[in-house]
Ligand binder design. Structure first.
Ligand SMILES: Cc1cc2nc3c(=O)[nH]c(=O)nc-3n(C[C@H](O)[C@H](O)[C@H](O)COP(=O)(O)OP(=O)(O)OC[C@H]3O[C@@H](n4cnc5c(N)ncnc54)[C@H](O)[C@@H]3O)c2cc1C
Length: 436
């Protein structure tokens, strides 16, 4: 069969390579020309390319099974498995350390060598549709026909997205981050978990992701509505804020690390779920189906798990033309709940940072249930599969009464040691006064 994949990001390339490996003739079309001869890659239209990414274990697992050449290329480029010891013996891999750009470069280079997979530079204008059947796409004004079209055009694509998503909620969170690298011989700073250092303060949150080869990213996550925190996007203000937050100060000390780029601001972040379109010959994967708040690092794991499922359905003999039907049913059951969960936990997080008291008359969010495990360890068995994404987000629900009992005592999750929002604003204002 001839397949056209719209978009050569992680989801599109994995789908394209795996279909080509099955003997199909695949063309992946992308408006992005890929890395330039001097190695630079601007990646216009994919704003998250240089932003902090954490990779869940599903990413390396699916890649190793479905596209071993790309898995090897990612390892050769420096991706490091995060392996932890488990109580009682043995080890478990909990993710991969890598910058997102390192993953994408590895995928691109493996795609260039994948037999049966062609990469075509071009802008997809729209799909070709005849009598409810997608027969290809219009690329730079010219038709490109196919038996199956895979829409992997990502979160901000405009290709025939004429209807509103089935589910949509603004995260209400802004993402400001900067990349660094440890100086030669410098040890990593203090970590709160094997991924890096995460801590919550009254009014904002900081995340530090350790990547490969001593690279790391520092992020401030703040309510979008909080204008006083917006100057964090200035390099000097960001640096001053890092010095004021103990969890970051040790890492960003110029004696230990150097910034590798300017401060970056994430664009509008949305929790979105789009069900499959009722068109034969078309199936959507990756961010074209769902996006969630990046703070939980779910995006590429969800995208690759979708591709894994799509391939399983085809391998089990599903007819490619109405593939969106069984795949869509799976997405409704397995992907949509994560978007619903994010809308609930993000709304709650922003309200909490803005001073709202926990309303015990309402059901507790998964986040609140899991947080109560800090004082009620019996919750852990329900929280573990939620954090690992090995069960649906409804899995902590049976522990809701246990968590409720904890909150009824008046306990609330403590904030980390460091400046609350008002103290951070004071640091920001003082730094701006010096800059003026
Ligand atoms: C700030 C931020 C941080 C994130 N952090 C994490 C994280 O820590 N961990 C994680 O797993 N995920 C994270 N994500 C999510 C992750 O980046 C996405 O899930 C991932 O990019 C999805 O891959 P994709 O291939 O579906 O889409 P994309 O990567 O967006 O690729 C889509 C491709 O389609 C192309 N395209 C679009 N329209 C057209 C057109 N008309 N013609 C031709 N080409 C087109 C684009 O050029 C692009 O190459 C984050 C996202 C954001 C925004």
């Amino acid at each position: 069969m001839e397949v056209v994949v719209l978009g050569a990001g992680p989801a599109g390339l994995l789908t394209g390579a795996a279909l080509a490996e099955r003997g199909h003739v695949v063309t992946a079309v992308d408006r992005d020309p890929g890395p330039a001869a001097d190695g630079t890659w601007r990646r216009r239209g994919v704003m998250q390319f240089e932003h902090a990414h954490g990779f869940r274990p599903q990413v390396a697992d699916v890649l190793a099974r479905r596209w071993p050449a790309a898995s090897a290329a990612w390892t050769d480029a420096g991706a490091e498995p995060m392996v932890v010891e488990v109580p009682g013996g043995g080890t478990v891999t909990i993710g991969s350390r890598s910058r997102r750009s390192v993953l994408e470069r590895a995928l691109r280079s493996a795609a260039a060598d994948a037999p049966g997979l062609g990469l075509r530079l071009g802008h997809v204008d729209r799909m070709l549709v005849e009598d409810g059947h997608v027969t290809g796409a219009v690329v730079d004004g010219a038709p490109l026909t196919a038996d199956l079209v895979v829409d992997a055009s990502g979160r901000s694509s405009r290709i025939d997205r004429t209807t509103d998503p089935e589910l949509e909620g603004l995260c209400g969170l802004a993402y400001v981050d900067r990349t660094y690298q440890l100086l030669p011989g410098a040890e990593p700073g203090p970590m709160s978990n094997p991924l890096g250092a995460f801590s919550g303060y009254d009014g904002y949150q900081v995340l530090l992701f350790l990547h490969e080869a001593g690279h790391f990213s520092v992020l401030f996550v703040c309510p979008t509505a909080d204008d006083a925190l917006k100057p964090l996007r200035l390099d000097a203000v960001f640096d001053a804020a890092c010095r004021a937050v103990p969890a970051l100060a040790a890492w960003t000390d110029p004696e230990r690390a150097r910034p590798t780029g300017p401060v970056m601001v994430g664009g509008a972040l949305r929790n979105v779920y789009r069900s499959q379109r009722p068109l034969a010959g078309l199936v959507s994967v990756g961010d074209a189906v769902a996006t969630t708040t990046p703070t939980r690092g779910r995006g590429i794991a969800m995208a690759f798990t979708q591709v894994d499922t799509l391939l399983r359905l085809l391998d089990e003999g599903a007819d490619p033309t109405p593939l969106a039907e069984p795949f869509g049913a799976w997405c409704d059951e397995q992907v949509r709940p994560w978007v619903e969960d994010h809308i609930a936990i993000d709304t709650d997080a922003v309200a909490r940072w803005q001073g709202a008291e926990l309303d015990l008359a309402r059901p507790l969010t998964t986040e609140r249930i899991c947080e109560a495990a800090q004082v009620e360890p019996r919750i852990n068995e329900h929280a573990g599969p939620y954090f690992a994404m090995t069960a649906l987000p409804s899995c902590p629900a049976p522990a809701e009464p246990l968590a409720r009992a904890v909150y009824e005592t008046g306990w609330r999750a403590p904030y980390a040691d460091g400046p609350g929002r008002d103290e951070l604003v004071a640091v920001i204002e003082e730094t701006r006064a010096h800059l003026a």
